[in-house]
Write a protein that binds this ligand. Structure first.
Ligand SMILES: [Fe+2]
Length: 325
């Protein structure tokens, strides 16, 4: 086993060839020194996703831990029923999805994706805490987008460096038209153009920043060319060689660098009646920058930070105005 003990005393154990490490000897409920936080950050930058086993923390402690790494965002651009008292917490809850959206699924996006890349500033990181998960199945997988980029041949890397792509909710959609979820996306459109290769703001590494969940097409090329290029890039970012797979137990926490990874929600539970409840927080991200200095462009919607999204505020106002005085 390849385990390193850092100067602050935490242990970092590599889990797969290209991505993933388990962090031990740390209690996220307790006060954490700046040295421990810095060592977690360094492990995250190196391994792209880090895991903490058997942590006993509540919503407020999750938000407090997340805030040590940056500003904590509002729960999600389309979350119109945030948890009372905890507007930053997004429930990842199968029965809640079914109740609210009429869809049985484990996450708002069931394909390989990077969180909220429809925003001009996708979250820098995501922290997911398992509270009520089945003992079998329900694994999540993550892929290292830097390794995926570096695994391309030099001529393809050079081509990818020059490309830009549009990202939007329900791209390549399997969400039924007319469903509540489709309406939620239509009422609050979020669209951005990102560089296909993103230069990581902290490590300087290049990541292949496209994903099947949100990337609709490559811009400035023909539709046929876009389709072929995305097929090639999607295959590259989802190659098993660049992934790690994690089985959850209650109390486990995953923390991923959303600037350098994609992930896949469980695929094996849709036919089973089983509860699965986790809670996510995200860290406000910067605007991606490409190899040539291109900065992502906002096409529709707004910057995604800690504020309640304008479209959700307006919808609430309409409801409030309709109430009798
Ligand atoms: Fe996700």
């Amino acid at each position: 086993m390849s385990t390193v003990t850092t100067d602050s005393g935490i242990t970092v154990t590599q889990l797969a060839g290209h991505i993933g490490a388990e962090i031990g000897n740390v209690d996220l409920a307790g006060p954490l020194s700046d040295a421990v936080i810095n060592d977690i950050r360094q492990a995250l930058l190196k391994w792209k996703v880090v895991f903490f086993r058997n942590q006993q923390i509540d919503h407020a402690q999750q938000v407090a831990f997340t805030s040590r790494f940056g500003e904590v965002t509002y729960a999600h651009p389309h979350e119109d029923e945030p948890i009372e008292g905890h507007p930053q917490i997004l429930p990842i809850d199968r029965s809640r999805y079914e109740r609210r959206n009429g869809l049985r699924r484990s996450s708002y996006e069931s394909r390989w994706h990077t969180d909220v890349t429809a925003a001009v500033n996708p979250p820098a990181g995501s922290i997911l805490r398992a509270v009520d998960v089945p003992s079998f199945g329900g694994d999540t997988q993550w892929a290292n987008l830097v390794a995926a980029y570096e695994g391309l041949s030099a001529p393809l890397r050079a081509l990818a460096d020059t490309l830009k792509a549009e990202h939007r909710f329900a791209a390549n959609t399997r969400i039924p038209a007319g469903s509540k979820l489709a309406k939620r996306f239509a009422d609050n459109p979020l669209v951005a153009v990102h560089p296909v290769v993103r230069v990581h703001p902290e490590t300087g590494e290049r990541a292949l920043f496209v994903n099947p969940g949100f990337t609709s097409h490559i811009v400035d090329v023909s539709p046929a060319e876009s389709e072929k290029l995305l097929e090639l890039f999607f295959e590259q970012v989802t190659k098993p060689a660049y992934t790690v797979r994690f089985h959850w137990n209650n109390g486990d926490i995953a923390f991923w660098d959303n600037r350098a990874t994609a992930h896949l929600a469980p695929q094996d539970l849709d036919h089973i009646e089983v509860e699965r409840v986790l809670y996510r927080t995200t860290i406000t991200g910067d605007v991606p920058v490409g190899v040539d200095g291109f900065r992502s462009q906002l096409i529709e919607g707004e910057f995604f930070g800690n504020a309640v999204p304008t479209a959700l505020q307006q919808a609430r106002q309409v409801v409030a105005d309709a109430q009798p005085a």
